[in-house]
Write a protein that binds this ligand. Sequence first.
Ligand code: F6R
Length: 241
Amino acid sequence: MININYLKNYEELSLQAADIVAAELIKKPDLVLGLPTGSTPVGMYKNLIEQNKNGRIDFSKTHTFNLDEYYPIKRADKQSYYRFMFDNFFDFININPQNINIPDGEAPNADSECLHYEQKINHAGGIDLMVLGLGANGHIGFNEPGEFLVPFTHVASLSEDTVKANARFFNSEAEVPKTALTMGIGSIIAKSRKILLLVSGEAKTQAFKHFLYDNKVSAKNPATLLYLHGDVTVLSDIQDI
Ligand code: F6R
């Protein structure tokens, strides 16, 4: 089932997203949490940091799995998702660093790293709550629109649209890595008990319209695969749709 909630603005969306995560964490302190990077979740992370600081939520037993990472990239690089997660979230909460999982952009063998990452998800018993952002082209993680989707964690090529969209974090488009390690749609759909999809900003209007109204589940619009999952909550600050 897909449950869609429209929020007044980005602040409300971020607050609501953080409250959904917090509620799950309060129910199950050893929650396994799937996490995205990008602009969309930054407000949610800020709210979660605040709730952790004021003692409402505790991350000491929580395990996290990030959706994706550029490949190859050094963890210390400003643009790595590893750095993003520490700069925006992990450095400010009481999580045990050993419980943090992010695909390794420095791994010598990308395919082995993907296999290893998928096994770690299995070993954790799957993901309790998977938080996702929506790409302007309908991608989820780095599962880009195409003829088919790869089920589990794999090496993905970034589409031209995604390279353009992500260039804002780099000095130039040429610097954006063209490949990444990403959970597959199967890792997301089959191994997550609950999914929270965050849709924010005008740039997502077309992708969200297609998601809502095309009435097709298609690899050409990877987000539509979420219709196959039984428990998806969508939060959107796009009103006029
Ligand atoms: C990030 C990720 C991507 C983003 C999507 C939206 O880990 O997997 O799929 O969620 O590209 O990015 P923003 O939020 O920057 O618009």
